[in-house]
Design a protein around this ligand. Structure first.
Ligand SMILES: [Mn+2]
Length: 160
């Protein structure tokens, strides 16, 4: 199955609209929203007809009732989804990787840095960057990952 990964829209729902208009988004069977801000995940739920798995970001505290970290199983993979600020991702993804291993997750998804990241290993670590306020390029980004059981996911970083 194909999943979409998006983070850090920070209230810019028109960036989410642009993302959804991308042809790759039409094939997405579930979205992961890595936080900042929770209302945007609700917007995504409203305008798409696929499930949205979501977590709170640091800018969602204390209003949101969302969890900080969620474990979800999709396409034969076990995914840890979190915003990342509680794992110190600005400095290193080491704590995030440890948390994923503890939860027996083979994929860890985070946001917060507004910089896209993809690293492979025992745990695949993914950051889709920010769809609205990128710090690594002028255009916002999101990811589409194809999940097949027992295979390393094929991940595309897409600029809007
Ligand atoms: Mn953040």
């Amino acid at each position: 199955m194909k999943i979409g990964i998006v983070s850090d829209s920070h209230g810019n729902t028109s960036a989410l609209d642009t993302m959804l208009q991308h042809p790759a988004s039409a094939e997405v069977e579930a979205w992961l929203f890595a936080g900042d801000i929770a209302m945007d995940a609700e917007y995504l739920e409203m305008v798409t007809d696929v499930p949205v798995v979501k977590v709170a970001g640091n800018n969602d505290w204390p209003m949101s009732r969302l969890e900080d970290t969620v474990i979800t199983e999709l396409g034969g993979h076990r995914i840890l989804l979190t915003h990342g600020h509680l794992y110190g991702v600005t400095f290193s993804t080491q704590n995030l990787e440890l948390a994923a291993r503890e939860q027996e997750a083979d994929i860890a998804v985070y946001g917060h840095t507004h910089v896209a990241d993809l690293s492979t290993g025992e745990v695949m670590i993914l950051n889709p960057g920010s769809v609205a306020r990128p710090r690594d390029a002028s255009r916002g980004s999101f990811m589409v990952a194809e999940l097949v059981p027992d295979q390393e996911p094929a991940v595309k970083l897409i600029r809007i």
